[in-house]
Ligand binder design. Structure first.
Ligand SMILES: [Zn+2]
Length: 427
């Protein structure tokens, strides 16, 4: 079929489009992978295409000329996309269609608005609230270069057989004709985090031991306040029966920042919350604020992380064993961006809930480069519970009743956050 030349091929595609593309959602067979969303984004010259999937899939990517198309073949998957128009006219993408191509093979066809090259194609394993993601980065190329590439995959397409459901190592990218050199296997696989039935929330009481943090107007230490607040949050979150909570420290002990981050990852955190209390010269200032990592700091962090030898460990949860170092860097960047978006989503829920019951700062959501927020694959926020330099705030934080109110707001925010996650996976 694929050797029949462009005209017949186009005709066939058009037919396939008519037959398969408008068929609407169908119930998924047991164990069948479901595509839950389909996203397109642009960044400088790159157009990124992402499929959200409930399971691991094999895939192949190739290009077709006249018109310019990028084709992704998957095993037969079920489609349960959110009810909204498909992305179109974004970056290099003109429009797209998808559906069953032939028994055992589902296909996505991206119609491009010009010659495009597949820069990267890879599968991300679940991290944070995200399930599997198939990511395609497309960049502009010349017509000559496009035609040179487009000619080759035809032979591959002609011999296309249903893609086996079980993945083979090294398979899966458009550019892995020569398998990339294997990276060291991550020592901490993502097994514990997926085996956990209740979402794990890691709460990190700031400071401790030889590091007391700031001192309040009345002489109490930040390290004691943060631990008291964290304990109350743990108690209330676990009382719901819906979460497991791990504290980075249970007592008055010093922890390095990187140990805090590592504890979060080791526990398989789906959410990481660091607790601190402010102090400034102006004693009138009071209120809570929530910090997430800034884009700028994230980029630098991603860069630094990528250079580290043990990066596979650092981003446990992302399987880099089949990826080239270059792809690995992109993965770190992507994971961090995605967990950053999740962090921001949680931060705004948290502020909304806190605002009901407590006083929050006017600029309640801030972005900063806190080291403790830099686990690239765990959505993380830092909560400043108030100003110890302010008498009212100090008094409030010393009272168990106020801490309980604070914790109740956190429970509602966490509930709201995971409700959305579950909703997304149920669809
Ligand atoms: Zn602090």
């Amino acid at each position: 079929m694929w050797r029949d030349g462009p005209v017949l091929r186009s005709a066939f595609l058009a037919l396939a489009a008519v037959l398969c593309m408008g068929s609407g959602p169908r119930p998924a067979a047991a164990g069948q992978t479901v595509v839950t969303d389909l996203r397109v984004g642009e960044n400088a010259k790159t157009t990124r295409f992402v499929l959200d999937l409930t399971g691991r899939v094999e895939f192949r990517v190739f290009t077709l000329a006249d018109p310019y198309r990028v084709v992704i073949d998957l095993p037969a998957v079920a489609w349960r996309l959110p009810v909204r128009p498909l992305p179109e006219r974004r970056g290099l993408l003109a429009k797209l269609r998808y559906g069953l191509f032939k028994p055992g093979i589902s296909r996505v066809v991206l119609d491009m608005n010009g010659p495009a090259a597949v820069d990267k194609a890879f599968l991300l394993v679940p991290a944070g609230v995200h399930a599997y993601r198939l990511v395609l980065d497309l960049v502009p190329t010349s017509r000559a270069a496009f035609l040179k590439r487009a000619g080759r995959p035809d032979a591959r397409a002609a011999s296309l057989t249903p893609v086996p459901a079980r993945p083979r190592p090294g398979y899966g990218t458009a550019k892995t004709a020569v398998p990339p050199p294997p990276l060291r296997k991550p020592r901490r696989a993502d097994k514990p985090r997926r085996a956990e039935s209740k979402p794990v929330i890691v709460i990190d009481p700031g400071h401790g031991g030889i590091d007391p943090g700031t001192t309040s107007v009345g002489g109490i230490y930040e390290k004691h306040v943060t631990l008291a607040v964290a304990r109350e949050m743990k108690a209330q979150l676990e009382r719901t029966g819906r979460f497991r909570v791990v504290l980075t420290r249970e007592r008055d002990i010093f922890l390095r920042l990187r140990d805090r981050v590592a504890k979060g990852r080791d526990a398989g955190a789906r959410l990481f919350m660091s607790i601190h209390a402010d102090a400034i010269k102006n004693r009138k200032v009071r209120g809570l604020s929530v910090y997430t990592l800034s884009e700028r700091a994230s980029d630098k962090e991603a860069e630094a992380l990528a250079e580290k030898e043990n990066k596979a460990d650092l981003i446990a949860g992302i399987d880099l064993t089949h990826e080239t170092p270059e792809v690995a860097n992109i993965l770190i960047d992507l994971a961090q961006r995605e967990s950053m978006n999740e962090s921001v989503r949680f931060a705004s829920l948290l502020i909304k809930e806190l605002r009901r019951k407590t006083r929050v700062l006017r600029r309640s959501h801030r972005f900063a480069g806190f080291a403790v927020l830099k686990a690239p694959d765990v959505p993380s926020v830092l909560l400043e519970v108030g100003f110890l330099s302010n008498r009212e705030d100090e008094k409030a934080l010393r009272s168990k009743k106020y801490r309980a109110k604070l914790a109740a707001a956190v429970v509602r925010a966490v509930d709201g956050y995971f409700a959305r996650v579950e909703e997304a996976t149920r669809k």
